[in-house]
Write a protein that binds this ligand. Structure first.
Ligand SMILES: Nc1nc2c(c(=O)[nH]1)N[C@H]1C(S)=C(S)[C@@H](COP(=O)(O)O)O[C@H]1N2
Ligand SMILES: [Mo]
Length: 483
């Protein structure tokens, strides 16, 4: 009921999503890490599923309590309702009506409880009667939940940004990206050089994907500046746009992990907008805020040192998709996403690290987080069985954004390290594909290890560290069998 009503107001007013979002904010760091590792991209589906299951259980419990004492049952409904109202109305993107869906849902729940409890009590128990009435009660509650959630989802679909996104015509860039280098994607099973928006990893705290209305969207730059700047989406389209290849990486990526992707980003150079505002010499941090109240701090020194930082509006020739930040997000080559890549961005405050802290910093993560040199083995796949009597292809990707990759080496079992072949890439801020043909394959179990050297000649560290606070490190390995 609340969900259905929320779909007419704003998706974030959904009582279930509100409680879920509040739950995410309060979950300890280790549990979130574990959930992302266990369930990967489906962590949110798992969370929502368990929320709905818990709610159904709670409803059944309340129903059973109410059969003994309607008053206690109603009190329980009121407590649950208050929690939902609190969770939805206190969200940073709450609207004036955000409290309404939870309130109506609570009243409807209380009403249903009274009616159903009276109905159950009003009859004398007959053999089998109790069971069937209980199943009627359960069925009614479950049915209402399904109808509400389903109805809400259908209405949400039609509310989404799909329509306004389809109307956008991205202008040709004033400065184009390089053409794709020859030789990429030549090995079966290697990670494709270009990651489609659909396959691009997604990491954010948003349980419901923000649906931003592009006609009312704007980006405001203020704080330690000579003059405030506010730009609309139409304004951005008028600027000289740059298109650049850039590989993004999440700080939560484990050694060998897949929270990394490469795309062609179209946007307004960040310095175009910052120069217009005029930054104070004293400022050292950009504090970005998204429509859903998420915050990111970015070191000004890194973002403005000549790298291709931008406010991006396009990805691989299309407007951003809603999950990747429609209508606009920040992109800074060489910095992990949590200190740079603010999606659904609406506000940049020019400030200082000693004055403000962003979302992940408040939860124990670093403020300075350049991307560490990393390599991944894609081929053979883990525990693959490869045929003997032929060359075994070994291949993967490596990245060290802004520094580039100068060398990838592989080591099979206890043999010597050997140099892999690097496929040309377009710039220092994109990954490289690498390949090695292993000729001396012997039947049995094998381990392949890999390590990369960046463009400054520095070999990546062998020290194995966890992602928190500023990114994982270590050399990856893969196990496979030659038949
Ligand atoms: N608004 C918002 N922006 C965000 C985040 C978020 O939770 N909310 N997560 C950040 C993190 S941790 C990463 S790694 C990137 C991921 O961007 P993607 O989902 O487009 O791959 O977005 C960054 N920007
Ligand atoms: Mo991230």
């Amino acid at each position: 009921m609340g969900t259905l009503l929320a779909s007419f107001i704003t998706r974030s007013a959904d009582p279930v999503l509100g409680v879920g979002q509040e739950f995410i904010a309060r979950t300890p760091e280790w549990l979130k890490e574990w959930a992302i590792r266990q369930f990967g991209q489906s962590d949110k589906a798992v969370l929502l599923g368990s929320l709905y299951a818990t709610l159904v259980l709670l409803f059944v419990l309340v129903g059973l309590v109410a059969r003994r004492s309607l008053r206690v049952g109603l009190l329980a409904v009121a407590v649950l309702g208050a929690a939902a109202v609190g969770a939805t109305a206190n969200r940073p993107d709450a609207t004036a009506l955000s409290w309404l869906p939870s309130t109506v849902g609570t009243l409807a729940g209380a009403g249903a409880l009274v009616v159903l409890t009276r109905a159950v009590r009003g009859r004398t128990p007959r053999a089998g009667g109790l069971l069937s009435r209980r199943s009627v009660l359960f069925g009614t509650v479950a049915g209402a939940a399904v109808v509400s959630a389903g109805g809400g989802t259908v209405v949400n679909r039609s509310n989404s940004v799909a329509a306004s996104r389809a109307d956008i015509r991205l202008p040709a860039p004033a400065s184009a990206a390089s053409a794709l280098p020859p030789g990429v994607d030549s090995i079966d099973g290697i990670t494709p050089y270009v990651t489609s928006a659909k396959d691009f990893y997604r990491v954010d705290t948003a349980l419901s994907v923000p649906q931003v209305d592009v006609s009312s969207w704007s980006l405001r730059i203020h704080g330690m500046v000579d003059r405030e700047v506010t730009v609309s989406f139409a304004d951005l389209l008028q600027e000289d746009l740059h298109e650049r290849w850039m590989t993004m990486t999440c700080v939560s990526n484990e050694v060998g992990g897949n929270l990394v992707g490469n795309a062609r980003w179209l946007g307004v150079p960040l310095t175009t907008l910052l120069d217009r505002a005029g930054l104070s010499q004293e400022a050292d941090m950009l504090f970005s805020t998204s429509t859903d109240g998420f915050t990111i701090s970015t070191p000004i020194a890194d973002a403005t040192d000549g790298r291709d930082s931008m406010i991006a509006i396009g990805m691989n020739g299309e407007p951003l998709t809603d999950v990747h930040g429609f209508p606009a997000r920040m992109i800074v080559p060489g910095l992990y996403g949590f200190v740079s890549a603010c999606k659904w961005i609406t506000d940049i405050e020019v400030t200082r690290f000693d004055a403000k802290t962003a979302y992940w910093t408040d939860r124990g993560w670093a403020q300075q987080a350049p991307i560490k040199t990393a390599v991944r083995v894609d081929v053979p796949a883990s525990f693959a069985k490869v045929a003997s009597g032929q060359t075994v292809p070994i291949a993967g990707v490596a990245w060290a954004q802004t520094r580039g990759i100068s060398k990838v080496e592989v080591r099979i079992d206890e043999e010597d390290w050997v140099e892999a072949t690097l496929v040309p890439t377009v710039n220092e801020s994109t990954w490289v594909q690498w390949t090695y043909a292993w000729d001396g394959a012997t039947p049995g179990n094998h381990t392949v290890r890999a390590r990369a050297t960046d463009g400054s000649g520095r070999l990546q560290t062998q020290d194995v560290v966890k992602p928190i606070p500023d990114g994982s490190s270590g050399w990856p390995s893969k196990f496979f069998t030659v038949a």
